[in-house]
Design a protein around this ligand. Structure first.
Ligand SMILES: Nc1ncnc2c1ncn2[C@@H]1O[C@H](COP(=O)(O)OP(=O)(O)OP(=O)(O)O)[C@@H](O)[C@H]1O
Length: 265
């Protein structure tokens, strides 16, 4: 049997009295795109923290390609695209600097970048179609472009597992389509991708499989199965069913995110 790219087994996490993950288990095979969905506070970011080895579970364990997550992080095999809120966009770093950070994990921040590092950064920028923005301060990109800059950081570091926390929040449909295409291409090249999203409409085009999270994994199946209103109701509450009926759709939750535009950049 193939070793799962991401294996979360029986993970429980508390923040003081708050139970954020409750014996959650999840397995994602290499080359798959998996959507992680759940309401606010259902534990998605905590799940990412556990997978990245940034927090120590009270119970259970995580393996990345059969390795300890701290080791995977050190080796650069796991990359992370944070929520926009988690980034200080005013920081005086260019897009190229951000992508170059993907190379520091392997070489230590004290070493000057070498030709191979610059080449890897160039290739990553090209892959995410940001070459022309390389010199721009990171905060002066559109929402979708910022996300792609962080994907490029993961590509430059050679990550084979990518975690994306809300990559579609605050981006327009065109940026969403560009990101979806990019993630699908990376997966066909063998990368494993776990994406948390509130945008349920994005899931069928994006993901091979989806996980419903509510402190524990309520369901893990195809997007079509997970998006059935009766299954979404398990994670989002019964009002989802009412909205689904009124829209005559199996994709009941429209993303309320603010729009921005790549063209505005
Ligand atoms: N540092 C913290 N200290 C205390 N409680 C926390 C902390 N971080 C998260 N929590 C709580 O843990 C639970 C899970 O939070 P988490 O951020 O993982 O959820 P989420 O699904 O990512 O939410 P969102 O969709 O809003 O980003 C929530 O009840 C949250 O309030």
């Amino acid at each position: 049997m193939t070793t799962p790219a991401i294996q979360v087994t029986d993970v429980t996490v508390h923040y003081g009295e708050v139970l954020a993950l409750d014996h959650a288990s999840l397995s994602v095979a290499p080359g798959r795109v998996c959507g992680l969905i759940g309401m606010n506070g259902s534990g998605k970011s905590t799940m990412f923290g556990a997978i990245m080895g940034r927090l120590r579970p009270d119970t259970g364990n995580v393996l990345i390609n059969g390795e300890n997550p701290a080791k995977a992080r050190k080796q650069g095999t796991i990359g992370y695209v944070p929520q926009s809120e988690a980034v200080d966009w005013a920081f005086p770093l260019s897009v190229r600097d951000v992508v170059m950070m993907g190379r520091y994990g392997g070489m230590g921040i004290t070493r000057r970048p070498r030709r191979a590092d610059h080449d890897a950064v160039d290739r990553a920028l090209e892959r995410v179609e940001l070459t022309e923005f390389a010199g721009r301060q990171i905060g002066q990109l559109s929402g979708g472009q910022k996300k792609r800059a962080f994907v490029a950081r993961g590509i430059a570091q050679g990550a084979t597992t990518l975690l994306l926390d809300e990559p579609f929040a605050g981006v327009d449909k065109r940026s969403e389509a560009t990101m979806t295409r990019l993630l699908r291409e990376l997966a066909s090249d063998g990368a494993t991708i776990l994406v948390s999203t509130h945008d349920l409409h994005a899931l069928p085009a994006l993901a091979d499989e989806a996980v419903l999270l509510m402190r524990r994994v309520l369901m893990h199946g195809s997007p079509a199965e997970v998006l059935k209103p009766e299954n979404l109701a398990l994670a989002f509450g019964l009002d989802v069913l009412d909205r689904a009926e009124s829209q005559d759709s199996t994709e009941p939750q429209h993303s309320p995110h603010a729009q921005d535009s790549e063209d505005a950049a």
